[in-house]
Design a protein around this ligand. Structure first.
Ligand SMILES: [Zn+2]
Length: 148
């Protein structure tokens, strides 16, 4: 990671700036770095991570864990370089296109739920009622469970 020329720190940070793409600052001393195409290229993963975390924090999409987030960041950063696009709108588009995020499955699931092709899941809290309504567990199954 390059040392930042203005403050000599090495922690570039991206803050969302959709109208200007001038969101770079130093993560250590907060020196404003602004629009920096050189950092867009050398620190692409920082910028991708900031956009991904924003989408996650605003509850637009769900990233299950850090490993999944890193996979998405690596793939999207590589696509930024392949397509020579480093603006945050393209980054958001690439994130939503990413196979790990799998927006298409999300869309298909909710379309099928809306049409009734997939039944609604059992609401939390009603499992006790379902269990009470089901026939008693066979004695053989209970004995097998108790042996463990
Ligand atoms: Zn600094």
């Amino acid at each position: 990671m390059p040392v930042l020329p203005m403050c000599r720190h090495a922690s570039p940070r991206w803050n969302l700036a959709p109208a200007s793409e001038a969101g770079w600052s130093c993560g250590d001393c907060r020196t404003v770095l602004g629009f920096r195409p050189d950092l867009d290229r050398s620190e692409t993963r920082h910028k991708v991570q900031a956009v991904l975390l924003t989408l996650h924090d605003m509850d637009l999409l769900y990233i299950g864990n850090a490993t999944e987030g890193e996979l998405v960041c690596a793939a999207v950063a590589a696509r930024c370089h392949r397509e020579d696009r480093f603006d945050q709108v393209s980054i958001a588009r690439f994130i939503l296109d990413d196979p790990t995020v799998d927006a298409e499955s999300h869309a298909m699931y909710w379309a099928q739920r809306a049409s009734g092709d997939i039944p609604a899941p059992v609401p939390a809290g009603s499992f006790d009622e379902l269990f009470a309504a089901s026939p008693p567990m066979p004695a053989r199954a209970i004995r097998r469970r108790d042996r463990r």
